[in-house]
Ligand binder design. Structure first.
Ligand code: GDP
Length: 357
């Protein structure tokens, strides 16, 4: 266990998006990024490797009257950019899920489909709190789109007929959640989000209801995960490999989500490998270049250190045999052997878990 005695701060919760193919995961992520950018504030979003950071200020700008930012002390939300439950189930952190919270996207017309059921099973198994995004409300016949508005405002602008058709579809989904063993309701009726799953009607296409989704995610994180978000910002960094990639000039690199402590350039790290843990020294920590500077020939910029929660590309020798989903641990003030044992134990746990599938 990490010692949280000094330099505690609250990190950003890590959010994953899951759901059946074509139900709108990619569109939803694009819309969240897009509307955050069009909020127009400087630094409205920070693009990470493999993830996007939406700060509280931006969420509160988008959510308007839905949010009082003084109710929150978590800094925002970090969305993992690769949607889908295959990546979700490989992305572990200390035996649990890397994502602290998940969005299950369900097409409001299609309802539950095979991959929705699979995603639900994974969420149940990992005990990951989640909300349901009932997507594509704009496809309801006769819908009068209210771009980017909170869902209640949008509902008020619909005909009785459109509203009742949407309601029927929403209650179908609530019924399917109940068949899957989850008591659920429209999110504004949920009193206790630990007992009930909130369903957020929205459209990734028009953005209506997206402010509600961000508000619910912030609220859930703040209320139920604040303790887990308290980290020692100066502690040895811990992360999970998203992807192993060859990068010109750097060789094999690992795209990593850091969920605890800090990783510094030059740190000795232990990375889970195909045969045995890899012990190596960081040569460069890379982040995407800010959009304004994209015209320069280099895609990445080097940083001296990166603290949780964040996505970063690690360049170091001997990473060819690193594995997606494997742990990354900074050694810092411990012995290499100690950290190697930790990584081995965690890899063994992951293997047991995947063989149960
Ligand atoms: P994914 O496979 O879950 O990532 O789904 P995509 O984001 O690729 O979306 C699948 C299709 O549904 C695309 O053609 C999207 O344009 C469309 N789509 C996604 N969200 C919405 C929505 O809210 N409304 C409408 N009308 N179409 C949507």
């Amino acid at each position: 266990m990490t010692d949280h005695t000094h330099a505690d701060t609250l990190r950003t919760p890590i959010v994953a998006v899951l759901g059946h193919v074509d139900h709108g995961k990619t569109s939803l992520l694009d819309t969240i990024r897009g509307s955050a950018v069009s909020e127009g504030e400087a630094g409205a979003i920070t693009q990470h490797i493999g993830a996007t950071d939406i700060p509280l200020d931006t969420i509160s700008g988008m959510a308007g009257e839905l949010i009082d930012p003084s109710d929150f002390d978590l800094p925002g939300l970090l969305f993992i950019d690769t949607p889908g439950h295959h990546s979700f189930s490989t992305l572990r952190a200390r035996g649990g899920a890397l994502a602290d919270i998940a969005v299950l996207v369900v097409d409001v017309n299609d309802g539950f489909q095979p991959q929705t059921e699979e995603a639900i099973d994974i969420l149940r198994r990992t005990g990951t709190p989640f909300v349901v995004a009932a997507n594509k409300v704009d496809t309801t016949p006769g819908w009068n789109p209210q771009d980017g508005e909170p869902i209640q405002k949008s509902m008020d602008a619909q005909s009785e007929r459109a509203k009742s058709m949407l309601d029927e579809n929403l209650y179908e989904i609530i019924g399917q959640l109940s068949d899957a063993g989850f008591s659920a309701d429209l999110y504004w009726r949920v009193q206790d989000f630990q007992k009930n799953i909130g369903v957020v009607p929205l459209s990734a296409l028009t953005g209506e209801g997206v402010p509600d989704l961000l508000t619910v995610l912030m609220g859930l994180s703040q209320r139920f995960m604040k303790e887990e978000m308290a980290i020692d910002v100066t502690g040895p960094g811990e992360g999970t490999v998203l992807e192993v990639k060859d990068e010109r000039g750097f060789g094999a690199t690992v795209d990593t989500v850091v969920y605890d402590g800090v990783i510094r350039n030059g740190d000795t790290v232990v990375v889970g490998g195909q045969n045995e843990p890899i012990v190596t020294e960081i040569r460069a920590l890379l982040r995407p270049r800010p959009l304004a500077e994209i015209r320069t020939e280099k895609e990445f910029e080097k940083v001296g250190e990166i603290g949780a929660a964040a996505g970063v590309k690690i360049a170091a020798p001997d990473l060819d045999e690193a594995m997606a989903g494997a742990p990354v641990r900074v050694v810092r003030d411990r012995t290499v052997d100690q950290v190697v044992e930790e990584v081995k134990a965690e890899l063994a746990e992951i293997e047991v878990d995947t063989s149960e599938n």
